[in-house]
Design a protein around this ligand. Structure first.
Ligand code: FAD
Length: 468
């Protein structure tokens, strides 16, 4: 009774629900689909695709030690997945395919089409809850709806966790070798440039690397997290997002690492656990409001905002040439490392969508093109939160001032100096908003007047309220 585990964003052997279920049910093979055209349609970043391939190579060793051959197949788009899977199941005498659920619209459509095609051939598709602590339809408001406010969602999660904690799985028992030869993982894929070694070194691949990072963070940095997490020059956050996004690490492994330190809801742990719940929250939002993944605002009335068409300002923002040092340093961090500190993601997103009044969808796309942790739900949720078109509970007029943020969260300009060496010699007092005479040749003047742009954004939002 051969089983197939179809791997997607769950690139690990430990605590992988679909893999555990497949191997518990019978001799198993693993499959991974390279889908370059689909990935380009999703704006997946070259550094992220490289990260997937590097992790897949590590995973193939992990699977081999369990006796599971990894088959690599290529489909340009997921439209080809049903035919490929039915053919493969027929050739390999597979009776059941196991998958861990994903929550995007295309992902759902793909899985439904594959399920129909397999059923017609008498093969089952078994779905597993793996990426999340709670299935999206298992958490409901009193009136049966889905949560749109994080504070309420968080409460519901804590209520559930007080009653039952999701268990963490280990490594499945190895199986007897199958007479099937696995495939090599390609080192690169055309259309996705290999990132420089300096970027790759920041994000070593594999479960061992992810576990090491988790345990170092929980052991050494967790206690200081609530204080340090907003200061981009500090190593204050876990930098686990690429591993969670690719499923090299599971949320249950994070939860249980916290439990081993004394609990997820004690003060030293809860600030970090809340961030894992934000991850959970945005995936629930995506599952219950699929339109957000189709370029639509969660708050539909904000579709009427008069976004500006300002390609030069957009390009200045993208390349880190706005003349606002903190914004420019953050955008350069993104280009060089594939990652940006959370505080700065909020600051640059508000700057684009409010101060420049440029459609948040441009920013969402640029982030996706460059992030190694690019995740549809978290990226969309973060952009819509920042642009006040989504789940932000604060009123639209609470708008970050990038200079105040810079003075508060990078007081000595250490982060700015790291990414804008041309400003390194400036005094702490000047570095956040250098006067014209202090700007080195080539460093631009601010591309927008902050008080004016703030008023322009507020007027645009107020006009929406008048319409509504
Ligand atoms: P930590 O502070 O150590 O948090 C632990 C984990 O919790 C993270 O690894 C991540 O999985 C999750 N998490 C933390 N904050 C958030 C959040 N606000 N929303 C959802 N999950 C969160 N995160 C992504 O994983 N992928 C994205 O594409 C992404 N795009 C974003 C875009 C914008 C505009 C904003 C404002 C935020 C975005 N985030 C995204 C959320 C957050 O910025 C990153 O998860 C965080 O910076 C990752 O760093 P870390 O692993 O050190 O986080």
């Amino acid at each position: 009774m051969r089983q197939l585990i179809w791997l997607r964003s769950d690139l690990r052997v430990r605590d992988n629900r679909a893999l555990g279920a497949a191997m518990g049910a019978g001799p198993s093979l693993a499959l991974y689909l390279l889908s370059p055209v689909q990935w380009r349609m999703h704006d997946d970043a070259p550094c992220k695709v490289d990260f997937w391939l590097r992790n897949l190579a590590e995973l193939s060793h992990g699977l081999a030690s369990l006796g599971v051959p990894l088959l690599i197949r290529r489909v340009d788009t997921w439209d080809e997945a049903p035919a490929l899977l039915t053919r493969l199941c027929h050739e390999q005498n597979i009776v059941r395919v196991h998958v861990n659920d994903e929550y995007g619209v295309h992902e759902n459509r793909r899985d439904a089409a594959v399920e129909r095609a397999l059923q017609a051939q008498g093969v089952g598709l078994q779905r597993h809850l793996d990426q999340l602590l709670f299935a999206p339809d298992s958490l409901r408001t009193r009136s049966g709806g889905s949560f749109r406010l994080f504070a309420q969602f968080r409460k519901a999660c804590h209520r559930h966790l007080a009653v039952s904690l999701p268990a963490v799985g280990g490594l499945p028992m190895a199986q007897l070798p199958l007479n099937v030869v696995g495939n090599d993982v390609p080192a690169a894929l055309e259309g996705f440039a290999t990132p420089p070694e300096s970027l790759r070194r920041l994000w070593p691949a594999g479960e061992i690397a992810a576990q090491r990072r988790l345990h170092e963070f929980v052991g050494n940095q967790l206690a200081a997290y609530a204080e340090a997490r907003d200061f981009p020059a500090e190593p204050g956050t876990s930098r686990l997002s690429p591993y969670l996004a690719a499923g090299v690490l599971s949320p249950r492994q994070c939860l249980h690492a916290l439990l081993r330190t004394g609990g997820f809801d004690r003060p030293e742990a809860s600030a970090w656990f809340d961030e894992l719940l934000w991850r959970e929250f945005y995936k629930h939002i995506l599952a219950s409001h699929p339109r957000v993944s189709m370029g639509r605002a969660l708050r539909t009335e904000t579709e009427a905002l008069p976004w500006r068409d300002a390609p030069q300002e957009l390009a200045a923002w993208q390349q880190g040439r706005t003349g606002f040092p903190l914004i420019d340093a953050a955008m350069r961090q993104l280009l060089a490392t594939g990652w940006m500190h959370n505080r700065l993601r909020m600051v640059v997103a508000m700057f684009l969508s409010k101060n420049l009044l440029i459609d948040w969808r441009h920013g969402e796309r640029w982030f996706m093109h460059h992030l190694i942790d690019g995740d549809l739900a978290a990226n969309n949720g973060g952009w819509q939160w920042s642009a006040s078109t989504g789940t932000n509970a604060a009123p639209y007029f609470r708008l970050f001032n990038p200079l105040t943020q810079s003075r508060r969260f990078d007081p000595e300009g250490r982060f700015i100096r790291q990414w804008l060496p041309e400003l390194a010699s400036l005094h702490n007092r000047d570095i956040h908003a250098p006067a014209k005479a202090l700007r080195p040749a080539g460093y631009p003047l601010p591309i927008v007047d902050l008080p004016f742009s703030r008023e322009r954004a507020l007027a645009a939002f107020k006009a929406l309220r008048r319409r509504g």
